[in-house]
Design a protein around this ligand. Structure first.
Ligand code: SF4
Length: 321
């Protein structure tokens, strides 16, 4: 049974990040409450116990407390908000959503200082609000994980970002290789570094994490890039997750892992000879379109058939976060 659902509740956001997968020049949306209510009920009936509210920015909806309360009433055990964290700078708001039922926090943060953070988000003051929000979550005794989208302006600062976040009280971090869609595609030249460029900084960051007992995973870096760091690749720890997304007048439902592998990412023919072929998602299509596949170099060896086998080889277990 698939135990979690990512519920996208609209694309409206109080940031307009230069690397966002959403195209902010299109009309932003707030999905209607009744649709979300139906989805919450339907997934709960299937036995799903974990829900994450995603945007856009979920916390700017006026009915977010109502949605969280409904999830709690329906019996979801884990209720997560994926957010840019700006609204958490208001302790009253944070207290309200915790009281309503939120017990997991995922915060997106992409810089280690205000000038870079605000430039990336195109929203003055957003970095200070996000960092205050993170501090408030920690102060209230909740743990959180962060997501940092690796882009052309922050990749050389990844080690500093790790240290900065750790100082704020964060021990659980994710780096995501930028997906050139939406704003990120529009701003491709300014935002998208090559996998080769980012690799040494990822490696340096992982060393810092190992030393300081910080849990860091890397999302969407194929197994042939930095293969010595494969045990940190997030695909190993992905749990099959439903996604519910508004599509016109209906909701589109799919599994995130399948959507990534079959629609959003791609692999060249030469991958057939790679030992990771069966478990690898490949690279983002938008990246391949612009940069091609020259960095992709198949790795010889005994074929790996599934992620469980890969996890055993890497000696890592799943972490419940
Ligand atoms: S299958 Fe292709 S993209 Fe994936 S690790 Fe192997 S060579 Fe790299």
């Amino acid at each position: 049974m698939v135990n979690s659902v990512d519920l996208n509740i609209g694309t409206m956001c109080n940031n307009n990040c230069r690397f966002c997968v959403v195209d902010h020049s299109r009309n932003p949306t707030h999905d209607c409450f009744e649709d979300i209510e139906k989805e919450l009920e339907a997934f709960r009936e299937k036995g799903v116990e974990s829900v994450a509210f995603l945007g856009g920015e979920a916390t700017i909806r006026r009915d977010i407390i109502e949605m969280i309360s409904l999830a709690k009433k329906l019996g979801y055990a884990k209720i997560r908000i994926v957010s840019n964290g700006r609204m958490y700078c208001y302790p009253d708001f944070l207290e309200k959503i915790i009281k309503a039922g939120v017990n997991r926090f995922s915060v997106s943060i992409h810089a280690h200082n205000a000038s870079l953070g605000d430039y990336l988000s195109r929203s003055k003051g957003s970095f200070t609000q996000t960092t205050t929000g993170i501090k408030n979550i920690c102060k209230m005794g909740f743990s959180l994980d962060t997501n940092t989208v690796i882009n052309k302006l922050n990749y050389k600062h990844l080690p500093e970002i790790v240290l900065f976040l750790n100082n704020l009280g964060v021990n659980n971090m994710h780096f995501s290789v930028i997906n050139p869609m939406g704003n990120a595609m529009t701003n491709f030249d300014e935002m998208v570094p090559t996998l080769t460029e980012i690799s040494p900084y990822i490696k340096k960051s992982l060393k810092i994490c190992d030393k300081n007992n910080i849990y860091l995973t890397i999302d969407s870096l194929p197994f042939c890039i930095l293969p010595e760091c494969n045990r940190y690749k997030s695909e190993l720890y992905d749990i099959l997750t439903h996604v519910s997304f508004s599509k016109g007048n209906e909701r589109d439902r799919f599994y995130w892992q399948e959507r990534k592998k079959n629609k959003l990412k791609t692999k060249p023919k030469k991958c057939c000879s790679c030992r990771y072929f069966g478990v690898c998602e490949g690279i983002w299509k938008g990246y391949a379109k612009k940069f091609g596949f020259k960095e992709i170099l198949p790795i010889n060896g005994v074929e790996i058939h599934n992620l469980d086998q890969m996890k055993r080889i890497q000696g890592q277990g799943l972490k419940d976060i």
